[in-house]
Design a protein. Sequence first.
Length: 350
Amino acid sequence: MDQRRLGRTDIKVSSICLGTMTYGEQNTEAEGHAQMDLATDRGVNFFDTAELYPIPPSKQTQGRTERIIGSWFKARGSRDKIVLATKVVGRTVMDWFREDGSTGQLNRFQIEEAVNRSLRNLQTDYIDLYQIHWPDRNVSGFGSNPTQWVDVDPAEDENPIGETLEILGDLVKAGKIRHVGLSNESPWGTMTYLAEADKRGLPRPVSIQNAYSLVNRTFETGLAEIARRENVGLLAYSALAQGYLTGKYRDGAMPKGARKTLFERLNRYEKPGAEDTINRYLDLAQELELDPAQMSLAFALGRSFMTSVIIGATTMEQLDTNLASAGVTLTPEAEERINAIHQLTGNPCP
């Protein structure tokens, strides 16, 4: 498993990161433990989670994923072998994350409550990478990198980025977190975080976790240059378009136990033009005699701005296939043909 530097730190993370958002909903504690065992056996040293998880978010399940990871740490005694990333929610109408029933935003009270609860859930006294799950400010689309602009007005009680960084800086000084990361952030937001950090001597973001896949390469249009020049590498989520790029939903299929079948919440990958584009990539994988999931993951892994690709699975077979993508290298011909499809279809699933 390739190891890559996390930002400007001295931390090396595996090129594949184990995503855990199914633990506690689609996967039991025992299944989550088995996945973590297999991933670490295959060279993964990087886990990603969030206070929000599992998915879909609900008051009844919130925090289960972190607790499953925490019980694995306790059972295996392996906390020091894992680079652990979790996240605090951004601005949201969801009101079950805080004990007083507040809706989510990034003020001092909420961030401190969130990190302390995550530490308890995870049964650890430090978090290696603490990420802002999405912005506090109102943005024009989740993921903050839409293909078209939608006007939004700032919230009256918007928490400035500089103040958010100051709070995170205090948590670094306290030893509760080591480094800061962003998620679902825009070019403007990323550069503002970097400018505030450099100007005020505050923690500099070391990574950005945004969606990136064959059907959503919007990261390339503004954020890729920032990632390279500022050493804020991408941690890509949804590199398989929530399963669509595996082919399991092709022609209307609804596999038992799949996220779409259970929850019907994959609308991001069902927009106009999405089905045709996805089928083009599935057909290409067949022509090239590649597993479609491995082709998609290998493409993401091969980007120069990529620090790590987050994979998720509900079965051990899926996890094994995804982990094996670390050994797949696309030929120049495969890259050319992928780019030819992209030129024709663009980004149907931002």
